[in-house]
Design a protein around this ligand. Structure first.
Ligand code: SAM
Length: 221
């Protein structure tokens, strides 16, 4: 990207922030260092991929640089001011002007084909209900082993623990960069392994059938 294009993106982004500081939540697009951190674990085999809140497309470009096919990208951006620029820059991607909280009802894919969701959303300025809708919706498309990547300017994962617990998810810190304004950290959010509640049937002598294993939800009283 040329210096002129980067400056024009900055002005565009800054104006958007002035008109809607809570939704845009940053004065400038993310830097290349954060974009590399956000995309470091994503490979072409992870397609299709959903990006939430792409803005001017910094993370989108980083995904393409990692070899992901543009046609494998679905970009979900609520800000109407960013949508024409995304459509122009990434003509083979699917660009949808949509609230990411509506993901779960959007029928974007059949089944769970998505290998990664990458999110630039300002979760710190969203309500717990909205965060739950976004993550819950995203995981209806994410295949087993896939992950949701989120950055934050805060000191901990921006998804509160009770929401992770409720959705059966875990968050892992995968990197931090001071070469961003402001410095930022990246988390991988993935499904917890289901508890293995099976256990060997006790063997009783005489070849008699063992009794049923009590239901895991019961106390055994
Ligand atoms: C902090 S900016 C990040 C932009 C870009 N990913 C970057 O890192 O430079 C947040 C982006 O999320 C978008 N956004 C905010 N709320 C949204 C929502 N509910 N659904 C979809 N996009 C949203 C904003 O319009 C903005 O483009």
């Amino acid at each position: 990207m040329t210096a002129d294009a980067a400056f024009s993106d900055f002005l565009h982004f800054f104006r958007s922030w002035i008109s809607n500081p809570l939704r845009v939540a940053a004065v400038a697009p993310s830097g290349d260092s954060l974009a590399r951190l956000m995309t470091q674990e994503i490979a072409p085999v992870d397609g299709p991929i959903i990006e939430l809140g792409p803005g001017t497309g910094v993370f989108t470009r980083a995904l393409l640089a990692r070899g992901i096919a543009e046609s494998d990208l679905t970009l979900i951006e609520y800000g109407a001011e960013f949508v024409p620029g995304l459509q122009r820059r990434f003509p083979q991607a699917r660009v949808l002007q949509m609230d990411a909280a509506k993901l779960g009802h959007a029928d974007l894919f059949e089944g769970e084909p998505v290998g990664a969701v990458i999110s630039g959303l300002p979760l710190l300025s969203m309500s717990p209900r909205k965060i739950t809708a976004i993550l819950g919706g995203a995981f209806t498309y994410i295949r087993p082993g896939g992950a949701f990547y989120q950055f934050t300017y805060g000191p901990r994962c921006p998804v509160p623990r009770p929401i992770l617990d409720r959705l059966g998810l875990k968050a892992t810190h995968i990197g931090h960069t001071v070469r961003n304004i402001p410095p930022a950290a990246v988390y991988r959010i993935s499904r917890r392994k289901p508890l293995d509640l099976t256990r060997e049937r006790p063997k009783y002598g005489g070849g008699a059938e063992a009794g049923p294993i009590p239901d895991a939800g019961q106390t055994g009283e």
